[in-house]
Structure formats: C-alpha cells, structure tokens
Design a protein around this ligand. Structure first.
Ligand SMILES: [Zn+2]
Length: 326
C-alpha cells in the first residue's frame, strides 16, 4: 500500500491528504530509486545482515534531527521489523515534511543471555536508503521467558551513539512488552559490543538515556496497567514517558502522533491518518494521544521559545508568530 512516491490516491480513508508539495522533488527522487529496485518486499531470512547492524561498531549522526526506533524482537514481537517495513515510507515521508533533516536509526533488542543476536543497530539513514537498513535487522524471536535485554541497548545508546548536532533531545521510541534485567553485566557488554564494561543498573542507564533523548516506551496491549512491566519502565523513564498502544495495528500511528504533536503538526497528522482510516479511528487515537499519552510540548518547534503550560490546539507563538497545532 505505501510507496515512496507520496501518491495517496489509493489510501482508503474518508479524507484526502497530500504530502507537502515543497518536498515533491525529494519524494520523486526516492520513488525513482525504489522503482528501479522493483516491488517492495520483505524477505524472510534466518540471520541479520551483520555488517549493517554490528553492535561492536559505533554509529553517528550529523543531522539536527535524528530519531531512533527500537523494537524488542523477542518472542512474538519478531515480526515487528516487517510490520515497520510495511509502513516505512509513511513513517519517513510524514515526518520528513515536518523536519526535512530527519534521519532514522533502527535497533532490534533481544537478550544477551539467550540470543545469538541480542542487539542489532543500524546506521542513521534517510529516504529509500532506510529500506536496506531496516531489512538488515533480523527478528530472532528468542529471549527468555521474562525480562529482556533492554538495558544493554541503553548502554549502547549512551556509549556508542553520537548525535553531536541534535537541536533538541531526539526522539527515541522503544516498542516492547516486557520488563528488563535489572543488571547489565560487564561481560555481556564485552561479549556483544566488544568493549570492556562494568556491571551496571539497567534502570540507571535508562534514566541517563532519558536525559539525553526524548524517550518513549510504547507498550504492546499485553499485561495490565500498573503491573511489573509498567512499574519498572516508570522508574526507568518516568510514568509520563510510558504509553500503552491499545491496538497493535496503530503502533506506528502512536509514534507519528506523539512526534507530530511535539513538533506542532498534530492537525496535519490527523489529516494524514484520516486519509487512511475511518474518522472514528482517527478521533479515538487523537483523543488517546492528547488525553492519555500527553506528549509534552515545551518549546516552540520553530524558534525554541518556551511555551506556556496552557498552550493547546491552534496556537500562535508569541515570539516568532509561527502557528502551531498542539
Ligand atoms: Zn516560536
């Protein structure tokens, strides 16, 4: 359904939507490259393309707008890289029109105690190049029956990822459904990432990550509110950064909605979604994001001036006069 062309004529929602004409040439360039490669497919494979996702290397992004999307690929979440692949042009093209500097890095999180590939991290990329990166990930589907190795990924984000030009704390979206091992062992760091490390608290690592990144744990609709998974992630990120995805089919829309709202483009996101879904679904998700998830919009996305806590809906920044949709 989704292509790199930006053609929305086959979207089956009740409303129309056109991507920003200002970036039409860029979309056509990516569509031509994608077209030359043939139909979009996600082949099943038995291993990652290790050269592109090797956790023993560092990754860097010189863009002002890096975003990291990480997925727990243990157990039944192994298919999530494929699900994201399906919606990748939508994810990238929607956010690209809000922030053209956007570059995305993907990560697959497993468990160093059980898995052959417990951590896979792609480089940052944009446009059609993201397909190759995302395809390099392998949803191993392993893990133990319980806590997973999210802490090792937090260590990686702190020590092996550099984002020197980020204009504000970048979004780091983590999709998962499990708690984490409380301790990241030095020997795991050494085995998986190839550098010496000490035993560290996974919660403390995430607390440090949350200072540097606008970090969200988007939880699958499993378990119950306030259970062990929630409690641990509340401690790691703060309760306001943990959100429950009520319907797995809307997982990407949650991320799009949270980012769009924080960037003052929530109205455009709602139009985008209305071109893909019935109005009730759009209204329901928009309400959940505004009332339950409540992404904080602290700064004017145009001039970075602080916004008053009362800023809501259509809002004109009193400094740069930009019109924001919050
Ligand atoms: Zn402003």
């Amino acid at each position: 359904m989704y292509s790199w062309s930006g053609d929305t004529s086959d979207w089956y929602g009740s409303e129309g939507y056109d991507f920003d004409p200002a970036h039409k040439a860029a979309r056509e360039r990516e569509a031509a490259r994608a077209g030359a490669a043939g139909p979009r497919t996600y082949e099943a494979k038995g291993r990652p393309l290790e050269a592109l996702v090797d956790p023993r290397r560092t990754v860097a992004c010189s863009s002002t707008t890096p975003i990291i999307v990480a997925v727990d690929v243990t157990g039944s979440m192994a298919s999530w890289p494929a699900e994201i692949f399906d919606r990748l042009p939508l994810l990238y093209m929607t956010l690209h029109q809000y922030r053209p500097e956007l570059e995305i890095c993907f990560a697959a999180i497993g468990d160093a105690r059980y898995d052959q590939w417990p951590l896979q991290v792609t480089g940052f990329a944009k446009g059609y190049d993201l397909e190759q990166q995302l395809k390099a990930l392998y949803g191993e589907g392993g893990g133990g029956d319980g806590p997973e190795g999210y802490g090792l990924f937090a260590w990686y984000m702190l020590h092996r990822v550099s984002i020197p030009n980020a204009a504000e704390p970048p979004f780091l979206i983590v999709y998962g459904d499990a708690p984490m091992h409380e301790t990241v062992h030095g020997k795991e760091i050494e085995k998986v990432c190839g550098v010496p490390g000490q035993d560290q608290s996974a919660i403390e690592l995430w607390q440090a990550v949350a200072k540097k990144y606008n970090t969200w744990f988007l939880r699958r609709p499993t378990g119950s509110a306030g259970d062990e998974v929630d409690q641990q992630w509340f401690r790691a990120l703060g309760p306001q950064q943990v959100a429950r995805v009520h319907d797995e089919a809307r997982a990407i829309d949650y991320a799009l909605g949270i980012v769009a709202r924080s960037w003052g483009r929530f109205e455009d996101f709602k139009q985008n979604m209305a071109a893909r879904h019935a109005k009730e679904k759009v209204d329901d998700l928009a309400r959940r994001i505004v009332e339950d998830v409540k992404p904080r919009v602290l700064h004017c996305p145009s001039c970075m001036a602080g916004l008053p806590p009362t800023a809501f809906g259509r809002w004109v920044c009193e400094y740069c006069k930009a019109t924001l949709d919050l």
